[in-house]
Design a protein around this ligand. Structure first.
Ligand code: ADP
Ligand code: MG
Length: 386
């Protein structure tokens, strides 16, 4: 789960991670009031969307008066912001963050994430703040510094000091940076984050160290023990099909194609997408209903697939292992009776009680096309929509 910059900064404050002063605003009047309250000669009005690259896309506006802050907020709120990290439609801007303008001496990069290779957290820093880290990793790998965090010890002060030295910090900056990194590492573990990225981390003209941006994502598997964090979820920033799927614990990813897929098992779901492409079409989604999918889940999944105007046909590819094929077939038939089956549907069942399952589908009176292999199923659904 991702959160907005303003929410990340509120969490940072609680952990003693320095950030500029700022207030969130939902309209021009609130933005003007926020800028007045800040009282700084320069304020920055920042679109709150779940995407980076806002600065280059016009989503970060530097202004010099509360009236100008109102104007900037009015121009951003209610529109979609398209950045290089969004799709062509962009992300809706419902709020802006109004923040004090900071006197920036240097822009750096700092992140904590999980290094899956080592199975440990890693603190990463770079002198190239403001740039995409992937680009730095590609063109100047020597400019990225890393410290691996021992899970039993946590980040050690000497490791934070190593990073501060590598970044070329001096005097008070070192002390401030160490405190910043130690507190950030505590926030990461206490909140069960998946990633914290601060780009840029800035050194101010007075030697202060501050997070000017904050991208935080959480480990979904740990959200059950952070109810307050789970509440920060802003569903307007996600694909509406994915929001609906999440309610039923379905592993769903919306895609651009025309064949809606319902499959059990992530590997089988990926293979199904490949075979659809091979047969000359494109999948509208990835969907793994899981091993123990029951009628309720199958119905919910079908409703999401059929409610998608992009979908011109449905391919169901289920392996009956834990769940027997006759139970799956009954689930599909029951689900089709509650949703309006408005497009062709091909079902391929395999596994325990497959004959019984196909029999149930054949006798259901529904216009379901059965298939006896994955390739057969893909060919049949592609033919049916043409
Ligand atoms: P994004 O990464 O989405 O483009 P950032 O929060 O990193 O958004 O902002 C982009 C740039 O805008 C920063 O690199 C910085 O130069 C400038 N900026 C952002 N916030 C402030 C601020 N409070 N004071 C001064 N400059 C800022
Ligand atoms: Mg940034």
């Amino acid at each position: 789960m991702n959160i907005h910059e303003y929410q990340a900064k509120e969490l940072f404050r609680k952990f003693g991670v320095a950030v500029p002063e700022g207030f969130v605003a939902a309209n021009g009047a609130e933005a003007e009031a926020a800028a007045t309250k800040l009282g700084t000669p320069v304020v920055v009005v920042k679109a709150q969307v779940h995407a980076g690259g806002r600065g280059k896309a016009g989503g970060v506006k530097v202004v010099k008066s509360p009236a100008a802050a109102r104007e900037a907020a009015d121009a951003l709120i209610g529109k979609n912001l398209v950045t290089f990290q969004t799709d062509a439609k962009g992300q809706p801007v419902n709020k802006v963050y109004v923040e004090s303008g900071v006197d920036i001496a240097r822009e750096l990069y700092l992140a904590i994430t999980l290094d899956r290779g080592q199975g440990r957290l890693v603190l990463m820093a770079s002198t190239e703040g403001g740039m995409e880290i992937e680009e730095v990793a590609h063109s100047h790998p020597e400019k990225i510094f890393r410290e691996t965090i021992d899970p039993a010890l946590g980040l050690m002060p000497y490791q934070a000091q190593n990073i501060a030295f590598a970044l070329g910090l001096k005097g008070d900056e070192i002390k401030n940076a160490i405190k910043f990194m130690m507190n950030l590492a505590k926030a990461y573990t206490d909140l069960d984050c998946a990633m914290i990225e601060i780009n840029p981390l800035v050194i101010t003209g007075q030697g202060g160290v501050m997070a000017l941006d904050g991208k935080v994502s959480f480990d979904d598997n740990a959200l059950f023990r952070h109810k307050d964090i789970a509440e920060l979820n802003d569903t307007t920033q996600s694909d509406s099909r994915e929001v609906e799927a999440a309610k039923y614990d379905l592993n769903y990813v919306g895609l651009e194609g025309e064949i809606g897929c319902m499959v059990n098992g992530a590997g089988l779901a990926m293979a199904t997408m490949d075979v659809i492409k091979f047969a000359g079409s494109e999948p509208a989604n990835f969907l793994d209903v899981g091993g123990g999918a029951d009628e309720e889940k199958v119905t919910a999944a079908l409703k999401i697939i059929l409610g998608d105007p992009q979908v011109k046909g449905v391919l169901i590819n289920i392996f009956g292992g834990i769940m027997k094929c006759d139970i799956i077939a009954n689930g599909i038939v029951a689900a089709c009776k509650t949703v309006n089956l408005s497009v062709p549907m091909v079902v391929r069942l395999e596994g325990t009680n497959v004959e019984l399952g196909n029999d149930i589908l054949a006798k259901s009176g529904l216009p379901i096309i059965t298939a006896n292999s994955l390739a057969d199923g893909a060919a049949k659904i592609v033919a049916a929509i043409k």
